[in-house]
Write a protein that binds this ligand. Structure first.
Ligand SMILES: Cc1cc2nc3c(=O)[nH]c(=O)nc-3n(C[C@H](O)[C@H](O)[C@H](O)COP(=O)(O)O)c2cc1C
Length: 330
């Protein structure tokens, strides 16, 4: 079965790629993922704060976390808590590129357009095949409008696209009023790919200690439908490639994501739970499923559930909502 797909301009033999995570932190792990069939590796993120605090500390010749430093920085993890510092990150790109033949995508996580984005050039020079920009910002100011927030993201993408030649993907959150509008703006700013959606590690509370608990929970397939909705809305409306991240665990999850327009399927939780061999299981399973359902190729199925095919998507979504609420019999 022909499972080939195109993502960020890369011609891939199949859509399964390794999402940003610790899975590529060591070279043996990366090689094992390649051997199991990963089509691309996305590295863990380097954070804007890592770059700015290191840069500022070097400039002022002080410890970035000393008391005299702005209070905001005291909330950040210690420099030693980051697995890869800015310099190590660049070195690791080079080492990964030597270790595997598949494309390696580096990841930058930030919120503002600014000098730190020069780092994207260094990432390109270090040999990364593409860059994934992760936007993780929880607005807490009542003065910041949604429009201003989106503008920041678009400006960040435009700034990066001005300084690098490698493809740039943007990993989004679902928390925008109109994801399709933002997707269009990012597309116009030159984004080569949109990845939907980052998972937010929602805090819980310890009510005795009055503390915020922030643990790491792996995803389940229950998180996929939110991605399916927005993939289906955006698919066919942008030039950028579409990738899915969040909640793909099974062959049917992969089929659904593809039908809604995903050209690349990022996996993290499923690989942490089942090991690299899960890549092979999914690839074989997708092949068998397409065959059994009489598709000639993956491309034939990609986007066939795009909402562009629906004459009135708004009425369709609203109608489904009303129907769902009526189906619960008291
Ligand atoms: C342990 C762990 C580390 C992660 N690190 C990053 C990261 O550095 N940058 C990033 O953009 N996403 C990171 N993620 C998020 C994943 O890339 C992915 O978007 C998310 O886990 C949803 O996909 P999944 O359902 O396949 O796990 C991490 C996830 C996990 C579980």
């Amino acid at each position: 079965m022909d499972l080939s797909t195109t993502y960020l301009g890369f011609e891939l033999p199949h859509p399964f790629i390794v999402g940003a995570s610790p899975l590529t932190d060591n070279l043996d792990g990366a090689r094992t993922l390649e051997d199991a069939g990963a089509a691309i590796l996305v590295m863990r993120s380097l954070f804007e704060e890592q770059i700015t605090s290191e840069g500022l500390a070097a400039y002022h010749a002080i410890d970035a976390h000393a008391e005299s430093f702005p209070e905001a920085l005291t909330y950040l993890p210690e420099r030693s808590e980051f697995i890869l510092g800015p310099e190590e990150y660049l070195e690791h790109i080079g080492r990964l590129k030597q270790a595997v033949r598949i494309p390696v995508i580096a990841s930058l996580n930030g919120v503002t357009a600014g000098g730190w984005l020069d780092y994207s050039q260094q990432i390109e020079q270090a040999g990364a095949d593409a860059l994934e920009l992760t936007v993780y910002s929880v607005p807490t100011s009542a003065d910041l409008s949604g429009e201003a927030l989106e503008r920041r993201t678009v400006e960040m993408v435009r700034a990066v696209k001005e300084v690098v030649r490698i493809p740039v993907a943007v990993k989004l959150s679902p928390f925008y009023t109109n994801v399709a509008h933002l997707a269009r703006q990012l597309d116009n700013a030159g984004a080569d790919g949109l990845v939907m959606f980052n998972r937010f590690y929602q805090p819980d509370l310890d009510v005795e200690k009055l503390e915020v608990l922030s643990g790491l929970h792996l995803s389940t397939s229950a998180e996929l439908p939110l991605r399916l909705r927005w993939l289906a809305v955006v698919s066919g409306r942008v030039r950028a490639s579409l990738g899915v991240t969040g909640g793909v665990h099974t062959v049917l999850d992969a089929v659904k994501a593809s039908m809604c327009g995903a050209q690349a399927i990022q996996l993290v939780s499923a690989l942490l739970q089942n090991g690299p061999q899960h890549l092979r299981t999914l690839r074989q399973g997708l092949s068998s499923w397409l065959e059994a359902n009489e598709y000639a190729s993956l491309r034939q199925m990609q986007g066939n559930m795009s909402l562009l095919r629906c004459p009135d998507p708004k009425a369709y979504i609203r109608g489904n909502y009303m129907r769902v609420l009526q189906c619960w019999q008291g």
